[in-house]
Each structure stands twice: as C-alpha cells, then as structure tokens.
Write a protein that binds this ligand. Sequence first.
Ligand SMILES: C[S@@+](CC[C@H](N)C(=O)[O-])C[C@H]1O[C@@H](n2cnc3c(N)ncnc32)[C@H](O)[C@@H]1O
Length: 421
Amino acid sequence: MGDRFELEKGLADEIRARVFGEGFMKLVQSVRRGGETFRISLRPVEIGSRRLFQAEMVDAGQTQVKNFGGSEAAAGLEEIIAQKGARELHLITAAGDLHVRVTRKGHALVSRSAAMNRKVEPLGHDRVKKTPLNTFDSAALLRATGIADGAGNIRASMRGKYDQVNEFLKNVPSRLAPSASSDATFTVVDCGCGKAYLTFALYFYLTQVCGMANVKVYGVDRREDVVEAARKTAMALDVAGDVEFVAGDIADFAPRPQDGEDGARGARVDMVVSLHACDTATDEALAKAVEWKARYILSAPCCQHELQKSIGEMSGRATGPAAVFGGLLRQSILRERLCDILTDAFRALIMRILGFKTQVVEFVSSEATARNIMLRCEYGVKPGQSGAVGEYLALRDYWGVTPWLESRLFALLERHLAQYR
Ligand SMILES: C[S@@+](CC[C@H](N)C(=O)[O-])C[C@H]1O[C@@H](n2cnc3c(N)ncnc32)[C@H](O)[C@@H]1O
C-alpha cells in the first residue's frame, strides 16, 4: 500500500543531485496529514565559516530548526524523499525549479521550469532592504519566538517588539573587537531577557551577520516560566548549546568559564545587553558589566522608581531644588519624566567615570516604545576624568540624592569621587 507513494529511482536521484549539486537554493516539502500541514524545508546556510544545511520543520504550528553537516543532511534528505502520502515538493536551484506533486492515489506529477541562470546570493545575506533582521534569513527565528505567524508575517501585536529588536541590533558596533584570540568565545549576557526575542536575535546576528564563529549568549531572568519557554525555543532553533537561559536574579548570575579560560578568574564577558529590564535591574546590569569588565554595553532602561520617591518628597518645599522646580515637581507626569532623565544622566556619567565612552541615543522611534532611550557604552577612556566627575558631583549634589548605581558601585567609584571633594 505504502509503496505506491515511493518516488521512482530516476526522480529521487535527480532530487539528490540538485540538492547536493551547484546552485542549490531551497527545497520545501508539504504533507497534508489529518487536516494539518507538515512542512519541511532545507536550505544551505553559512554559520561562522561552516557551510551547513538548515532544516526547518513546521508541524501543527510549531517550528523546529536544525543545522546539519553534509552526511546528516543526506540522511535527512532520504527521509524527505521516502515520505509517504500525498505531498508537494518544490526544489529551487540556480539552474531552475523542480516541482513534484504526489496525489492521494500515489501518482507523481512532475514539472520542471525552463533552464535558468539565477544569481545565488551569498549565504546569510538578504535581498530586500537591509535591516539587521533581514540581513540574514531570520524567518525561523521570528516564527519560533512568535514575532511572526506560521506564514512568516510579523504579527500586528508584535510589530513594536520587532522594531525594538531590529533597531537595537543596529547599535551593535560594526567592528567588534575580537576576543583575546580569534577562536575565543565571544560571550554576551542579556539581563532581564524575558521571552528572549533580543537574546536569540543577537545570537543569530553575531554568528550570521558579524561572522563570529564562537558565540555564547546567556539570557538571565528571574521568572522561571519565561526562562523555561526560552529554553524550549532554543531547542526548537537548535541553538541550546550556544544560547543558555538561567532563572534567577541578575545580581546572582555568574557566567561559566568557557574552554581555555582560567576558571579562577571567572568567565570573560564581552558584551552586556538589557532591553527594558525593570527599574534598578538596568543598574544591576550596568554594574555587572563593569565588574565583568565587559567591553560593550547596550542598555535600554525601563521604568524606574528609585528617584521618584526622594525627588517627589521635595515637592512643595520652598528650599533646595524645589524652590526653582516646584511648578514642575507638582505635576506627576513631568516629575516622572524628570526623574527618568536624571537617572539616565547619572548612569551615563557614572559609566564615563568608570572608563566607558558613553552615548545616550534614541534607539527606536517612540511609536515602537515610549522607552526608547539607550545607553551605548564601550570601555576605553581614561577612568576618573575630572570633567565627568565634576559634572556628576554637581548634578548629584544639586538634587541632593544618591543614585542607586553609585551605591552599588561605590567600591569602584569612591577613589574617583574622593579626589574632587
Ligand atoms: C519588561 S521585561 C523585558 C523583557 C525582554 N528584555 C524584552 O524586551 O522583551 C523585563 C524583564 O526583566 C526581568 N527582571 C526584572 N528584574 C530582574 C532582576 N533583578 N533579575 C532578573 N530578571 C529581572 C523581568 O522578570 C522581566 O522578564
């Protein structure tokens, strides 16, 4: 009974030759099963410097991705060829297309396009308008994280997150300093990763666009449920070895040393990112980045409450800053915005004092999120410069507050601040 669905040998050989020959672009097979469509696609990808085959399976709305070397891909192709039941196979190569429809009765209807001479784009590069998420083939990533639906369209409810992640990635420096040696692991920590949209996007961006061969990304979040879901997504995307999720507070997290690292000195961290880590979690991310001696920090703060209380208490007083800012402090919205701005100004100044070149940018439009400020820091300026320390102390003492980040990093800041007292 099953044999009537078997492809005849000449056709199966043609499929093998097209997939493993020059100019292979993509194979897609769809099988209807019990009212559901199971779809598998295979395409060549370049990850780091390795040429692999990427299989994407979509079954009952769930996406699963796996990268294979040649022999595993050959075994996978045999499974595709041996699939039973009514199905459609579409094979695209630079030289032309092959289309096979196997009917419910097991007849294989075969058609071939005229000979073509398609241009094969360099692997991992996209053909549309260049934004980080379409500089590489992000379809599987977007589907697996739920940003896109099964058909690959960005869900209306996820448009803001898509834009945030896309624009966030634009701030990854175009020339990242290589790690200690070229094959060393480039380690990233995403603090308060939540559902890990950014965590995964950054991993694929670094490996597929920046061409880094060894990347380890940690996503840390104190919510067990989101971490569990992110782990499943990592498995579905076949990156669980490189993208690891840890449930817990950022303050308690320490990355594991990678092969070749001196365990006693702790693991090297190259980049710390945070996207809307709530309140002082942003400060904790900055503090950890300083302690880990991370070279790069990209941090888009979220709500913050820490100064609201102390500055809010000034409202109505006739002395101190309230004597001048009374009219502003009385309005809760204006007071809130002022506190946000002051908090980010303190953060930026502290990072500068500690040796980071720091820029405050609007990383995305305010339609994508009202929280569209990013602190972009790169280690490499002389710590404790008088200009930065002077500006920090003047602003802090004018407002008569102690920013949370100062308290958190006091052990490192003390000697710089003490010089100018
Ligand atoms: C607003 S969500 C943003 C999630 C994700 N970065 C994104 O942009 O989609 C903030 C996340 O930070 C996590 N979080 C807040 N404070 C944290 C802390 N101190 N340690 C670990 N995770 C924290 C929360 O559990 C939450 O998942």
